[in-house]
Design a protein around this ligand. Structure first.
Ligand code: AMP
Length: 589
C-alpha cells in the first residue's frame, strides 16, 4: 500500500485538498457537496476559531476579528491582527492547512501527515519557505512545494502529449497569473510568469455592486455604502448574479428587505444583461491580455509558439474571458478540468507520483462537438441570416446548460425558427443541422422582442433546446435524443440536402440581435429576401476561389443575374436565387 500524501491548493481566495485513491483523483468535500474552503479565518463572538465559510460570513461585519487573503502577506516579517492578537502570516495559513488536514483525515478515516502544496510560479524563496513553515505549524510534512501552473499542466495531462508549450491563464477571486510553460517528457518547466496580485473575479463583483448601489441611489436616494450588513448581502447577490451571467444572458440582482428608509422597507431587484456586464469588465480582461503578451515576450516566444491554453481559476468561467483569449491567441482555450479544482488535482497527482503510485488520469465527460444555432448577423461585412452562434463549445464538461439572448427583427413578429446545428463553421450552413422548431404565438411587440434560447446537454448525449420569450415566459422546445453519437461520421450528403432544402424554402434563421420570422409583413418579406440574396452571393463568391474555370464562369453569371434582380420584383429575384442555389448544389458546396 502506498503512503498517504495529500495535495493542497492554498489559494488567496479559496483552498482545496485532494488525493489520489484507486487511480482516481478525488477533491475531498469540505462539507457534503462543497469542495472549496474559502481562505479566511476569524474569531467568533464566543472566542472560537472560524475557518472557511463561517469566517467569510462574519468578515463584512467584523473585519477586525477576521483575516483574508493572507497568501499576499506570505514571506513578510510583519504580523496581522485578529481579535486584538498578533499572528504571523504562516500561523494564519497554518489554520487553513490544519482545517484541510482535519477534513482529509475525517474523510479518509486515517491520519494524514504528508502534503504537496502549490504556490504561484513567481513566489520568492522567502515566500516558499513561509509556506513550508505554515505546513509544519499545521503538523504536516511538506514533501514538495510545486508551482501552480505545473499542477494545472499535470491535471490537464498536457505533459503526456509530447513536447509542447502551454499558456496557463489563472484568474482567481483576487489574483491573476499567466505563465508560459514548457512540457516535455513529464517535466514541466515554467519559462515565464506575469500577473497582477490584485485583479480577479472579486473586481467583477465590485462592478455589479456599484451597478446596484447606483440603482438604489437613483431610485431611492439612499447610500447603501453606509450600511455594512446591506453591503455584505449585496456582495453575495453580486457574486450570484455574476455566476448566472456565465451561462445566461440576463441576471437579476435581488435582495428583499435590503434596507429601510423612513420605516419603509427597500427591496433590491434590478436586471443586468450579459452585454452590460461585459462592458463593465472588459477593461480588466484587456489588462490580463496585456499580461499574456508580457509573459510571452518574457519567455522569448510569440503566440504562434503556443500549443495550448489551459484555464485555471473560477473566474475563467466568464464567457468573455474565453472569447477574448480565443480572439487574441487564435485557439479555443482548454477548460475541461474544473478551474477551481484543477490546481489541487495537480498537487494530488504529484503527491501520488512521490508516494510511488501511478500518475492517474483525470476522467471527465466532455462533448466532442460544438452545438449552436443560427442568426442574422454581420458576416464578412454583410448581414447574413445563417451565422453560426455556438452555445455549447466542444470539450465542455457535461452535463452543461448554456443560454443566449436573441431578438425578433420585425415589428409584430409572431414566430421565430430555431435551427440546431452541430459543427464549428462560422457559416451555419456548413455545419450539420440536427433539429429545428418554431416558437410561435409571440406577443405583438416592436422588433427587438427578446428571446432566450437554452441548450442543455446531459451525460447521455440528450440535447434539449428551449426557446423562451423573455417578457411572457412562452416556451417551445425540442429534445434530440443522441446528439453526440448520432451525428458522428460523414454526414455531409445529408447536410448538403438540408442546405438545398433551406435555400429552396428560403427560410431564414435568427441572429442576435435580430431574429427572422415566417410571418412577416410584405415589406419585411422583401427585405428578408434581399438579405438572403446577399448571403447567397456571398457564399457563391467564396466558392469562386475554389471553382474550376468553367464552373467559375457559371458562378459569375449566376451571381450577376441575382445582383441584377435585387432591384426587380421578388418573383424574378427568387427565380435567379433558385438558379444560383442549384448551381451551388451541383458544384458540391
Ligand atoms: P478561485 O480563486 O480560483 O477559487 O476563483 C474564485 C473566483 O471565481 C471568485 O471570484 C468566484 O466568484 C469566481 N467564479 C466562480 N464560479 C464562477 C462562474 N461560474 N462564473 C464567473 N466567475 C466565477
Amino acid at each position: 500500500m502506498t503512503e498517504i500524501i495529500v495535495g493542497i491548493d492554498l489559494g488567496t481566495t479559496n483552498s482545496e485538498v485532494a488525493i489520489v485513491r484507486e487511480g482516481r483523483v478525488e477533491v475531498i468535500p469540505v462539507v457534503p457537496g462543497v469542495r472549496i474552503l474559502p481562505s479566511l479565518v476569524g474569531v467568533a463572538d464566543d472566542g472560537s476559531l472560524l475557518v472557511g465559510e463561517a469566517a467569510r460570513n462574519q468578515y463584512a461585519l467584523h473585519p477586525e476579528r477576521s483575516v483574508r487573503s493572507i497568501k499576499r502577506r506570505m514571506g513578510e516579517f510583519a504580523s496581522v491582527q485578529m481579535a486584538g492578537k498578533d499572528y504571523s502570516p504562516q500561523e494564519i495559513s497554518a489554520m487553513i492547512l490544519r482545517r484541510l488536514r482535519d477534513i482529509a483525515e475525517a474523510h479518509l478515516g486515517e491520519p494524514v501527515g504528508k502534503v504537496v502544496i502549490t504556490v504561484p510560479a513567481y513566489f520568492s524563496d522567502a515566500q516558499r519557505q513561509a509556506t513550508r513553515e505554515a505546513g509544519e505549524i499545521a503538523g504536516l510534512e511538506v514533501v514538495r512545494i510545486i508551482n501552480e501552473p505545473t499542477a494545472a499542466a499535470l491535471a490537464y495531462e498536457s505533459c503526456h502529449s509530447g513536447a509542447r508549450k502551454a499558456l496557463v491563464y489563472d484568474l482567481g477571486g483576487g489574483t491573476f497569473d499567466v505563465s508560459v510553460v514548457n512540457l516535455e517528457s513529464d517535466v514541466v518547466e515554467v519559462l515565464s510568469s506575469h500577473g497582477n496580485n490584485h485583479l480577479g473575479g472579486d473586481d467583477f463583483d465590485q462592478k455589479l455592486i456599484s451597478f446596484a448601489t447606483d440603482h438604489l441611489r437613483e431610485r431611492h436616494d439612499i447610500d447603501v455604502g453606509q450600511h455594512p450588513l446591506a453591503m455584505a448581502r449585496l456582495q453575495h447577490a453580486a457574486e450570484a448574479a455574476k455566476i448566472i451571467l456565465s451561462s445566461e444572458p440576463y441576471a437579476t440582482l435581488s435582495e428583499e428587505y435590503l434596507l429601510e428608509k423612513d420605516g419603509v422597507p427597500i427591496h433590491l431587484s434590478v436586471e443586468v444583461s450579459r452585454n452590460e456586464y461585459e462592458e463593465m469588465i472588459e477593461p480588466y480582461i484587456a489588462e490580463t491580455l496585456d499580461a499574456v503578451h508580457i509573459a510571452l515576450s518574457g519567455a522569448g516566444l510569440t503566440v504562434a509558439d503556443i500549443n495550448e491554453i489551459l484555464l485555471v481559476g473560477g473566474a475563467t468561467r466568464t464567457p468573455l474571458v474565453q472569447r477574448r483569449l480565443e480572439q487574441e491567441l487564435g485557439m479555443q482555450p482548454r477548460a475541461e478540468v474544473d478551474p477551481d479544482l484543477c490546481v489541487a488535482m495537480g498537487a494530488a497527482i504529484q503527491a501520488a507520483v512521490i508516494a510511488g503510485g501511478q500518475a492517474p488520469t483525470v476522467l471527465i465527460d466532455v462533448t466532442p462537438y460544438t452545438f449552436g444555432t443560427s442568426a442574422l448577423e454581420y458576416f464578412n461585412g454583410q448581414m447574413y441570416p445563417f451565422c453560426f452562434v455556438p452555445l455549447i463549445r466542444k470539450n465542455t464538461p457535461i452535463p452543461v446548460s448554456r443560454s443566449e439572448g436573441f431578438c425578433t427583427i420585425f415589428d409584430g413578429q409572431s414566430k421565430v425558427d430555431i435551427h440546431v446545428y452541430q459543427g464549428e463553421d462560422p457559416d451555419a450552413l456548413n455545419n450539420i443541422e440536427i433539429g429545428r422548431f418554431t416558437i410561435e404565438g409571440l406577443r405583438d411587440a416592436p422588433a427587438g422582442n427578446p428571446l432566450v434560447t437554452t441548450f442543455s446537454l446531459d451525460v447521455n448525449g440528450i440535447l434539449e433546446v428551449t426557446s423562451r420569450e423573455k417578457e411572457t415566459g412562452l416556451v417551445h422546445s425540442i429534445t434530440i435524443d443522441n446528439a453526440i453519437s448520432r451525428f458522428t461520421g460523414d454526414k455531409l450528403a445529408e447536410a448538403r440536402e438540408r442546405i438545398d432544402g433551406l435555400f429552396g424554402e428560403q427560410e431564414g434563421a435568427d441572429r442576435q440581435p435580430v431574429a427572422t420570422t415566417t410571418e412577416a409583413s410584405p415589406s419585411d418579406d422583401r427585405r428578408r429576401l434581399r438579405v438572403e440574396a446577399g448571403a447567397l452571393i456571398e457564399k457563391a463568391e467564396r466558392l469562386l476561389a475554389r471553382a474550376g474555370t468553367e464552373d467559375a464562369e457559371d458562378l459569375v453569371n449566376g451571381i450577376e443575374v441575382v445582383k441584377n434582380q435585387t432591384e426587380g420584383s421578388d418573383a424574378d429575384l427568387k427565380v435567379a436565387m433558385d438558379a444560383l442555389a442549384d448551381l451551388l448544389y451541383y458544384l458540391d458546396v
